[in-house]
Design a protein around this ligand. Structure first.
Ligand code: ZN
Length: 457
């Protein structure tokens, strides 16, 4: 049997706080055995001036959208303003152009950027299924498998959330640019979820979930059949845009969360992505579910602010996603979750648990960015006995961390650490990133650059 690995950082996040003098013990199977006192020269892998923290979990990603970063930040000629719906046209342009190998290349670059920022697991909300003309690939799961291959090559865990998509919307004309997303009926969607589950088997690095796209893209008949898929993570875009609410009321006489509640879907495996536009009774209806906030995307698209304070008070869990990849920095998503609320509520430390602990708010944000995402994706929380040894380190000598000590270190990480301060990243105890670098960085960057040039030239 292989030996247990021991990592000895200057500070280890253990039992809810940063502690000195401890080594993390990792079993050969990549799980955590525990933490034990450690000192120099006792054989542990020394990580001097590092804080070691639980791996961040990205609850919501559309990896290929990384391609349109920076290309959509203007008002198109002939339009008075820009919004979600005009941004979407750009996204469709990228979505329509990708061959299977391109899906791999684009996904790999997004995943690489994630792991470089301390993300050790991702929920990929995958809606590119078919050829550009809508005909299925010989292997119906071809594109999903390209995404899984990209995650494996980079070395992070993935929950592939296979999207169901039926239509452009209620009483909305067919949009030819959506043909790659659409399944003819519930059956082929359900079959793909099942065949992907069989394909990944009991791989501890992979989960398969189902992602009914939104109330806009699915009729009630599909939503009502979701329980047939069995017990698996269920993710859905919910209440992101006012236009989506209006269409849902016109079709069903109910708001999106009301409709999902009527159908019994708001259980503990359900994750509502965005959930920006909620009335108080809808906040309460989400109390058993998870809400995945994607603050940088919600800000970029002009969606609005997730009422994380009200959702937590109601009992809902929270997690975070980088969604459209306007940026890929989950520590920044965590601080924006709090910061956006300050602008709306006109006060500070809105999400502080209120126990007078100087690290209380930072610890809560870290839990949202790690354990919250793990729960939403069906993974065990990391850095706990028998949980996965997924972690990242922050360089305490990085300029953005200078001066932090004692109780202020966790706050400095969650509110001030720049992405460049992330130096080591491990999944199942194995270092994927060493001293800020991943072995595939150059390969991935050049292939991705060539792909972007081809698509947008
Ligand atoms: Zn999304």
């Amino acid at each position: 049997m292989a030996e247990t690995l021991r990592y000895h950082p200057e500070l280890l996040f253990w039992e809810g706080r940063l502690q000195a003098g401890l080594a993390l013990e990792v079993r050969a199977d990549g799980t955590v055995a525990g933490a034990s006192p450690s000192q120099e020269g006792d054989g542990a892998i020394a990580l001097p001036h590092r804080a070691l923290l639980p791996g961040l979990v990205n609850g919501h990603s559309h990896a290929f959208q990384r391609l349109i970063r920076g290309r959509t930040e203007y008002v198109a000629k002939g339009q008075a303003s820009d919004d979600f719906w005009s941004w979407r046209e750009w996204m469709y342009r990228a979505a329509g152009a990708l061959q299977p190998e391109d899906v791999f290349v684009a996904s790999r670059q997004a995943f690489l950027e994630m792991v470089l920022g301390g993300i050790t697991a991702v929920g990929e909300f995958h809606y590119l299924h078919h050829n550009p003309d809508g005909t299925p690939y010989v292997d119906r799961d071809e594109l999903a498998k390209q995404v899984l291959r990209a995650a494996k090559e980079v070395g992070l865990r993935i929950a592939l959330l296979r999207v169901g998509y039926a239509r452009a919307g209620f009483q909305v004309e067919e949009n030819p640019r959506q043909r790659r997303f659409i399944d003819a009926s519930f059956e082929p969607f359900a079959r793909s979820v099942e065949s992907l589950r069989a394909h990944v088997g009991d791989d501890p690095f992979v989960r398969i979930g189902a992602a009914p796209h939104s109330v806009r893209a699915l009729p009630k008949a599909w939503l009502a059949r979701l329980p047939e898929l069995g017990e698996l993570p269920l993710h859905m875009h919910v209440a992101e845009q006012p236009a989506e609410l209006a269409a849902c009321v016109a079709e069903h006489g109910r708001r999106p969360v009301e409709l999902l509640s009527d159908l019994g879907l708001l259980h503990e495996r359900f994750t509502a992505v965005h959930a920006v536009h909620l009335s108080p009774h809808e906040v309460a209806a989400l109390r058993h579910a998870t809400v995945c906030a994607c603050p940088s995307t919600e800000r970029n698209l002009g969606d609005g602010v997730v009422a994380a304070d009200a959702l937590l008070a109601a009992g809902a869990r929270l997690c975070l996603g980088t969604d459209s990849h306007a940026g890929i920095d989950l520590l920044d998503e965590a601080r924006q979750l709090e910061s956006h609320l300050r602008l709306v509520r006109l006060r500070r430390a809105v999400l502080d648990p209120g126990e007078g602990d100087p690290s209380g708010l930072a610890a809560r944000l870290l839990r949202i960015a790690s354990d919250g995402g793990a729960h939403a994706l069906g993974f065990a929380p990391s850095l706990q006995p028998n949980g996965p040894a997924d972690f990242f380190t922050v360089d305490l000598h990085h300029p953005s961390m200078a001066g932090a000590s004692g109780d202020s270190v966790l706050g400095a990480v969650m509110f001030g650490a720049e992405k460049g301060a992330v130096r080591e990243v491990a999944v199942a105890g194995q270092l994927r990133v060493r001293d800020g670098h991943h072995p595939l960085e150059e390969t991935s960057r050049s292939a991705f650059t060539a792909l972007a040039r081809r698509i947008f030239s």
